[in-house]
Design a protein around this ligand. Structure first.
Ligand SMILES: [Zn+2]
Length: 304
């Protein structure tokens, strides 16, 4: 009985991985307005787009490579993306292995006129094991990324340096407020452990004292063995975990099977790697998503 459940879970994992690679990739949201003197900034995926947009305001043209609604881990740019890149001034990316395609571009003569900006460059990252790229989920690290992007924009467009500075100061203040809010709202909780889909929340967990156990590794498509699942099921039961977290860009099938097996409830915890088309239409911000995550965490950790 137990064996057949595990085999079923592994089969679901394989299906889930397949769903990931076969998901249709739609064209980039690149803006095509080329009749302005605004600097053109291309970002790799959602949080970098969001940060850059808030710094650049109305004076920089910001677009994003990975279409919203598509999982960015191991995403590859299209030929159209690369043509757009040759016409841009800055390329803003996270780094730490999140965009493996970037190294080739940095080394290429074709893009030698582009300023490549690694937003995570000022964050001290433990590279001892497989490095974890998910720095944007920690508001304090997000501030560091925002500062790096701001410095690059000021360098590329010194005429608007003060404008970028003011926008950045406003945004950093909001990140400070978010950090304080998370600290205070997670200060009185019965539990300190959560189970997530992929291992995206290590920095967040370290910042706010939450222990995280994940179904898969740093990237959502990492291989999950039957033994991993068995261990996780035991962990959920031993620790009396009542909520497991799924995420919006991943097929929830595996989480559903796991929830059924362990009698847990499924909530969403967004790694903010992308937002849905409907969220995009509503102008859903980084802060909106972090608030939603905070509400889910408070329920899982039984905070008062
Ligand atoms: Zn991730």
């Amino acid at each position: 009985m137990r064996r057949s459940i595990i085999v079923g879970l592994v089969a679901a994992t394989i299906l889930c991985g397949f769903a990931l690679v076969s998901r249709q990739i739609t064209p980039t949201q690149a803006q095509t307005d080329s009749n302005t003197n605004k600097i053109k900034v291309i970002t790799s995926f959602y949080p970098l787009y969001e940060f850059s947009k808030n710094i650049g305001g109305t004076r920089a043209e910001i677009s994003v490579f990975t279409p919203f609604g598509v999982e960015p881990h191991d995403w590859e740019p299209t030929a159209g993306n690369l043509i757009a890149l040759t016409k841009s001034n800055l390329f803003v990316y996270n780094g730490v292995g999140m965009e493996p395609f970037v190294n080739k571009l940095v080394d290429s003569q074709e893009y030698s006129h582009i300023m490549f900006v690694q937003a995570s460059s000022q964050i001290k990252i433990d590279e001892s094991s497989k490095a974890d790229p998910h720095v944007w989920l920690d508001p304090v690290f997000a501030k560091s990324e925002v500062n790096v992007i701001k410095n690059a924009m000021q360098k590329a467009d010194p005429a608007n340096a003060n404008y970028y500075e003011n926008n950045t100061n406003n945004y950093l203040q909001k990140l400070d407020e978010l950090d304080s809010k998370i600290k205070s709202e997670l200060s009185n909780c019965k539990k300190d452990k959560i189970v997530t889909f992929h291992n995206a929340f290590a920095y967040f967990g370290k910042r706010y004292g939450i222990k995280i156990n994940s179904l898969s590794g740093i990237a959502p498509e990492s291989e999950i063995t039957a033994n991993d699942l068995k261990n996780l099921i035991n962990y959920i039961k031993t620790e009396q975990i009542k909520v497991i977290f799924a995420e919006e860009l991943i097929d929830p099938k595996l989480a559903e099977v796991l929830a059924e097996e362990t009698g847990t409830k499924i909530l969403t915890l967004s790694p903010l790697e992308g937002i849905s088309k409907s969220e995009q239409a509503k102008n859903t911000s980084y802060f909106d998503k972090m608030q939603e995550n905070l509400a889910s965490l408070k329920e899982a950790l039984e905070c008062t």
